[in-house]
Design a protein. Sequence first.
Length: 279
Amino acid sequence: MTEVAVITGGAGGMGLATAQILGGSHTILLSDVKEGPLDRAVEELRVLGIDCHGAVCDVADRESVRELAERAPGLGRVTSVVHTAGLSPRMGSARRILDVNAAGTAYVVDAFMALATEGFALVNVASSAGQMSGPKPTRTFALAGSDPDHMARRLHGMCRALPGKLRPGVAYMLSKSFVIWCSRDRAESFGARGARILSVSPGSFDTEMGRLEADSGSGELAARSALGRFGRINEIAEVLAFCAGDKPGYLTGVDILVDGGADARMTIRDTLAMARQVR
């Protein structure tokens, strides 16, 4: 039976690059919120000989995600989901970032857990920004189990207490921290079905989103990493595709940091210096 890989946020960046890899062994159901870029991406993959289908999906809309999950089994057996859809701090308001990155992840996890069987894997894209130190609002995160929108509202309330220019960045950190937490929290539920769930946290990568945030921290983070450069798109796509495949069958409930050694090299002094340089 045909194996299907679903990729959200697949019209470009790491989602499209991952689709190119998984398309060698899977039928691809590519989703994105924008129809035009999605159509072009689907055509690009088909030119490469990949069996690809497109579906417009706003992951911040529970019904839209449900429709995506309902369509996927019509193409074959769904074995992989790579959830790359998300917004960076410069791409939306604090509330929209939380709706897409946090509530959207909860919707994707819930919708596709219903399809999870032996060998299934769901890979969520988090961020190195989500690995913030200190206490995390896990009680608020836990609200996602019953009402992801309520969780997003509560997280937004935390952001509203901050100066306006800081809110999108904090919302991003909170949302990606949730992605990491959720992937760990749901591991037992997926495991009961013989399935896996985990997150991957990219550092600074040479994508449209990464370059958009270059003067807001990603460029400085790349320069201060052990490798001293932005990551290449194929380097993160290979990690995502591997995690979504059948080879790492014992890998679940964890976050994989792919940051070029930034965390290994950065000191507190580096972090403070970087914060002063961010405009």
